[in-house]
Design a protein around this ligand. Structure first.
Ligand code: APR
Ligand code: ZN
Length: 263
């Protein structure tokens, strides 16, 4: 990994995108902090305010207190706020519009890639999506808004309207298996790609964090855009330290210059 000044790195990354034609983008919570959603491990992040141990699936099922804590966490995390995509999401959506995006593999549950314009078929959500609430007993799924209307200002999700069972956001808790087909397809795309760009992830949670390694081991180039170092930096071809919005915005502007015919 060579460190040059950021501008040079951004031009190099743009050349890689133009060269390979189809890029896989892997995102974490750092791509959404500029939309007002705190990430997990930065100073002041969600895990500095809430205890991760409370957010295992076993604890959630076993204790109403844990469920109340979780509901407050999701409210505090702003995941229920109407957050808007930021410049980083828009840049990634433009890569798709330019025909240069294979897919997005995301750990995020905030639906902001889709809101920015990426088609759902190209967004592989390894940790689920906050738009749905699922009943752990009868398996029915409900739109989040419906449950929010029902729960009002109460401290926890109401019981399932079909069976009275426990409702849980349709996202992956610690100790829960990731959605098999999505993980399989994301792995296939990571292995097949020629370029993976990681944006805003500490790359410490598995199996999601295997994706950059799969890409690299299969011969792809790896670019990491992050505010802070990650364990994958050593194997990356380019590590661009900076804010996702600014770097991705500059990066796609450089790519767009290489495709004059594009809008
Ligand atoms: N621009 C670039 N990088 C940023 C920005 C930003 N604006 N804001 C934060 N970052 C970086 C941080 O420096 C950090 O390295 O993004 C990374 C976010 O890391 P985490 O908070 O650990 O988030 P993530 O990697 O997505 O966590 C993975 O952990 O708790 C679980 O399920 C949760 O999906 C989550 C998983
Ligand atoms: Zn039910």
């Amino acid at each position: 990994m060579v460190t040059e000044d950021r501008e040079t790195q951004i031009v190099q990354a743009a050349e890689l995108i133009a060269e390979v034609g189809q890029t896989v983008v892997f995102t974490g919570a750092g791509v959404s902090t500029e939309s007002g959603i705190p990430d997990f491990r930065s100073p002041g992040g969600l895990w500095s305010r809430f205890d991760q141990a409370d957010f295992t699936i076993d604890r959630y099922i076993a204790s109403p207190q844990a469920r109340q804590k979780h509901w407050r966490f999701l409210m505090a995390g702003g995941l229920f706020k109407n957050c808007e995509p930021n410049a980083a999401h828009r840049a990634i959506a433009e890569l798709e519009a330019l025909g240069l995006l294979d897919c997005i593999i995301t750990q995020n549950i905030d639906n902001l890639h889709q809101k920015a314009g990426n088609v759902p078929e190209r967004v592989f959500e390894l940790h689920g999506n906050m738009r749905w609430i699922r009943c752990l007993d009868c398996g029915n799924r409900f739109p989040l808004e419906e449950i929010l209307d029902q729960s009002g200002a109460s401290a926890e999700a109401p019981p399932c309207m079909h069976c009275g069972g426990i409702l849980k956001p349709d996202v992956i808790f610690f100790g829960e298996a990731l959605p098999e087909e999505i993980l399989e397809e994301a792995t296939r795309r990571a292995i097949r790609c020629e370029l993976m760009i990681v944006v805003g992830s500490s790359l410490v949670v598995y199996p999601a964090a295997y994706m950059p390694a799969y890409a690299k081991q299969s011969g792809a180039k790896l670019v990491i855009v992050n505010l802070t170092p990650t364990p994958a930096d050593e194997m990356a071809d380019l590590v661009i330290h900076g804010s996702a919005g600014e770097v991705m915005g500059r990066l796609v502007a450089e790519v767009r210059r290489r495709f004059p015919g594009s809008a």
